[in-house]
Design a protein around this ligand. Structure first.
Ligand SMILES: Cc1cc2nc3c(=O)[nH]c(=O)nc-3n(C[C@H](O)[C@H](O)[C@H](O)COP(=O)(O)OP(=O)(O)OC[C@H]3O[C@@H](n4cnc5c(N)ncnc54)[C@H](O)[C@@H]3O)c2cc1C
Length: 355
């Protein structure tokens, strides 16, 4: 059985960020990703918080200051201080992977899934010569890999989270990736038909992501798709040849550290619950977990501010959901739009760094 100091399950932004910060240390790291190609993911790629993007990546990133918010059919233009950053996930994944190439101590294993985690069970654990028990994962190839620390960066349907016995709360994101390039960012709110959710149009160079994010306790998949389709018809966007693909976003945060097992990103439920935005939080978490493993006690400001920001969002969403009445929900959204325009609300200036 091969041994690693740290086994990271998942090669999304969280796992890759964690591996990057553990790169060049004395620790032996394995990052295991079930997909053959790292990067592509069902995701709109929009980031509303302040992120520090290196020059190489910024050539592939689009910034939008002007936002079109449509609430119950009425259009509001918002000019943000911090522009919305739109990143193609394939580009981000490739970029993050390339950063790991410099590190001899990081082994990236792709096309292999972790199917089981075994930890401290009398019958199943393996004793080291000193009598100390080891913990290990089993891969889809039947290989056993032992670890000292396990990092579950394995997304919303996390095996690691299940292994820890933690429940999840899923919101759903689903989108069409259409070849047409649209020229404006659109946020579409309609509490009567979407509850607390929203539809979006995020233009990228070469394609546009048009999608819907919603709470499945309030709206069904088919209803959310109908609202999105109607919106796209109104904008004259042709989505007929595009696949409508969805994935859950886990929004229930229960902690990041569980003895020698850590959770990062969607596995930890840290996505912002109002928008479903989880790229920046995944990066922040990945960095935090790496520093925690390295016992670097400084620079935890980023994670604290991110958790504070998402806690506020959770409370806001809880209130909005309990209100139930869509007229009052619309009024709250209207007040929120007013507050953003007047710069009365925190625009989420987290200092997340991609590099
Ligand atoms: C439709 C949609 C639109 C979205 N739009 C946005 C957006 O605009 N902005 C934003 O910030 N966020 C968005 N999100 C959310 C965002 O995609 C996630 O929050 C983000 O990807 C979380 O990163 P992660 O690294 O935690 O997990 P992931 O990116 O999900 O990565 C987890 C990785 O683990 C791998 N994995 C899982 N299980 C195993 C296993 N057993 N063995 C090996 N590997 C495994 C997976 O293949 C995957 O590559 C959207 C989500 C959806 C569904």
């Amino acid at each position: 059985m091969e041994h690693f100091d740290v086994v990271i399950i998942g090669g999304g932004p969280a796992g890759l960020k964690c591996a990057e910060l553990l790169g060049g240390t004395d620790l032996k790291i394995a990052l295991i990703e079930k997909s053959k190609i790292i990067g592509p993911k069902i995701c709109a790629g929009g980031v509303t918080v302040n992120i520090d993007i290196p020059e190489l990546l910024s050539q592939k990133v689009t910034y939008f200051t002007r936002q079109h918010v449509i609430l119950d059919g009425e259009e509001h233009i918002i000019n943000l201080d911090n522009p919305l950053t739109v990143i193609d996930r394939a580009v981000l994944g490739k970029f993050q992977l390339e950063l790991l190439e410099d590190y001899q101590n990081v082994k990236v294993i792709t096309g292999i899934r972790v199917v089981q985690i075994v930890n401290d069970d009398e019958d199943l654990s393996i004793s080291e010569p000193g009598g100390k028990k080891e913990k290990y994962i089993i891969t889809s190839e039947g290989e056993k890999i032992s670890f000292k620390f396990l990092v579950g960066a394995d997304g919303s349907r996390s095996l690691t989270r299940k292994f820890l016995g933690l429940e999840s709360k899923f919101h759903i994101g689903a989108h069409y990736k259409i070849p047409a390039v649209f020229d404006k960012v659109v946020w579409f709110l309609n509490p009567e038909n979407l509850g607390t959710g929203y539809c979006w149009i995020f233009p990228h160079p070469g394609f546009t992501s048009c999608g819907v994010y919603y709470d499945p306790e309030l709206i069904s998949f088919s209803d959310s798709k109908r609202v999105l389709d109607d919106m796209l018809d109104d904008f004259g966007l042709d989505y007929s040849g595009a696949r409508f693909r969805g994935f859950p976003v886990n929004c229930l945060y229960k902690g990041l550290k569980f003895d020698d097992v850590y959770l990062c990103g969607d596995a930890a439920g840290v996505a912002f619950p109002v928008t479903g935005e989880g790229i920046s939080t995944a990066l922040e978490c990945g960095a935090y977990v790496a520093r925690e493993i390295l016992q670097e006690r400084e620079a935890f400001g980023g994670i604290k501010s991110m958790l504070r920001h998402r806690r506020k969002q959770s409370r806001y969403l809880w209130v909005l959901k309990r209100i139930g009445n869509h007229h009052i929900q619309s009024l709250i959204f209207k007040l929120f739009i007013y507050a953003i325009r007047r710069s009365l609300v925190d625009k989420g200036k987290n200092g997340t760094k991609i590099h």
